[in-house]
Design a protein around this ligand. Structure first.
Ligand SMILES: [Zn+2]
Length: 249
């Protein structure tokens, strides 16, 4: 059977490691394809096919072949589209990009098409590369990410009794219920307190369409608070620590 050859799929490199003397195993997060892992044969020798393209966090046009979906893809060639140079050279941006990378690797399955999530990830890399405040970018990414993977935190009403959340005050957030719990329902749920400011900011970010996200600015305090408040929810959903996110809070 002839391997199916794909002519150029945009993708971001999320993992790249040596495989033997000559090859590399590369994981991409691709538009319309999802997460895809492939082997780049002779990657160390062939400058022609992979011109500086096989580096972590590079956005490339990927040309690959794959006999069947359960077989490792063969990376034929990549063309570098954007090396996100600021992300490489600015430590804060690099840390935030590492957290995004870890989240995407933890939250996606091999070749599960998740285009909203891909677009959000691409937005995150562009925003970091443009010099936008790194904690703000990560906080915005995280709030939007939950919706992309189907677990948008419900902040409008109590997930126990349905009472709308009206006050600006703190409320309990239950990871198992995926949303707020009012004071009357508190005893039958486990969770932690979210401040009124975190609930307000997260609600407003949830309503922003992706193209307008770049205009949102958050104070460092608020970004940090959002990242701390929602870390346990991500930890609960992904069932693992996200080391580079944890290091930032
Ligand atoms: Zn309730």
């Amino acid at each position: 059977m002839q391997a199916r050859r794909q002519n150029g799929v945009p993708g971001i490199i999320l993992d790249c490691r040596d495989h033997g003397e000559a090859d590399k195993i590369v994981t991409f997060f691709c538009q319309e394809k999802g997460r895809l892992t492939g082997i780049a044969k002779g990657a160390h020798r062939s400058k022609k096919r992979f011109v500086n393209g096989l580096e972590l966090f590079s956005m490339v046009l990927l040309n690959y072949s794959q006999r069947t979906r359960d077989r490792l893809a063969i990376v034929n060639e990549v063309e570098l589209l954007n090396s996100f140079i600021t992300v490489r050279h600015d430590y804060g941006a690099y840390q935030a990009a590492s957290a995004i990378r870890e989240i995407v690797l933890g939250a996606t399955g091999e070749q599960m098409v998740e285009d909203d999530f891909f677009q959000l990830t691409l937005w995150g890399f562009h925003a970091l590369d443009s010099g936008k405040d790194t904690l703000t970018v990560l906080a915005l990414f995280v709030i939007k990410m939950f919706a992309c993977i189907g677990y948008r935190p419900v902040l409008e009403s109590c997930q126990g009794c349905g009472t709308p959340y009206r006050s600006n005050g703190a409320a309990m957030f239950s990871p198992a219920a995926g949303g707020l719990i009012c004071s009357r329902c508190k005893s039958s749920h486990h969770g932690w307190q979210l401040s009124g400011a975190a609930i307000g900011a997260a609600t407003s970010v949830q309503r922003q369409p992706l193209p307008l996200l770049t205009r949102v600015s958050l104070t460092t305090d608020l970004s940090r608070q959002l990242l701390s408040s929602f870390y346990p929810y991500a930890r609960y959903l992904l069932q693992r620590d996200i080391v580079s996110w944890k290091a930032l809070i």
